[in-house]
Design a protein around this ligand. Structure first.
Ligand SMILES: CC(C)(COP(=O)(O)OP(=O)(O)OC[C@H]1O[C@@H](n2cnc3c(N)ncnc32)[C@H](O)[C@@H]1OP(=O)(O)O)[C@@H](O)C(=O)NCCC(=O)NCCS
Length: 190
């Protein structure tokens, strides 16, 4: 079990904005739904579910189980500006592998928030005694590939024409892996 007593946690961005990181709670449905509606269609096209539907977000809230999916929200005041999730399996051979996803509001990008959220996920992965973090990213999402690489994730595989977007077009999927033991001791500070 991951102890969540470090939250709420304050984080400053390069432009001086002060955000709070904390786990999603059921009362966040409308905030999170508003966040997803701000995501440009070209990014939303790659989502696994149709997050423009409130009932989809409501279902997440109704079934929150941090041991399976831990969503960390970045908030400025009452507004959600970032969402990072750590997905885990409670049993089986993937128990020590965490799958990570991040999403930053367009007007908060390039300020270090994505980096801070990936660091947060690495920290949580460490606390959960995971061996690997895995990010699955469509090749076109080069900002995301670079953001993960910058923090030590390495290309493990490229699956050609593997993933379909919401219009049915096929894309290459890049699998990036982070080996937890490779975390520098002083790099968990953000
Ligand atoms: C990927 C994403 C989360 C990055 O968030 P961000 O807050 O802009 O990230 P940062 O400001 O910390 O930037 C991290 C690094 O990403 C890279 N990067 C950011 N924007 C970039 C862009 N438009 N083009 C190329 N590289 C970019 C840079 O290497 C940057 O490091 P630097 O600032 O030291 O140069 C954001 O672009 C996003 O939400 N994209 C859509 C969703 C997505 O692709 N999610 C990944 C699926 S898991």
């Amino acid at each position: 079990m991951i102890h969540l007593d470090r939250y709420p946690r304050e984080v400053s961005l390069r432009n001086g904005a002060r955000l709070v990181f904390r786990p999603m709670v059921p009362e966040d449905v409308d905030r999170l739904w508003a966040f997803f509606r701000m995501i440009p269609p070209e990014d939303r096209m790659f989502f696994r579910q149709d997050v423009s539907r409130r009932d989809v977000v409501q279902r997440w809230a109704d079934t929150l189980d941090y041991e399976t999916v831990l969503p960390i929200l970045a908030l400025e005041g009452d507004r959600v500006v970032g969402d990072a999730t750590l997905h885990r399996q409670k049993a089986g051979w993937k128990q020590r592998v965490g799958v990570v996803r991040i999403q930053v509001a367009p007007d908060y990008r390039h300020q270090g928030l994505g980096t801070a959220m990936i660091r947060e996920l690495r920290h949580l992965g460490e606390k959960a005694a995971l061996r690997y973090l895995m990010a699955e990213i469509l090749e076109e999402q080069d900002a995301a590939v670079r953001a993960f690489e910058k923090l030590g994730f390495r290309h493990a595989a490229v699956y050609r024409n593997f993933a379909n977007d919401q219009k049915g077009h096929m894309h290459n999927l890049v699998v990036l892996l982070y080996h937890m033991a490779s975390a520098p001791a002083d790099d968990m500070s953000l």
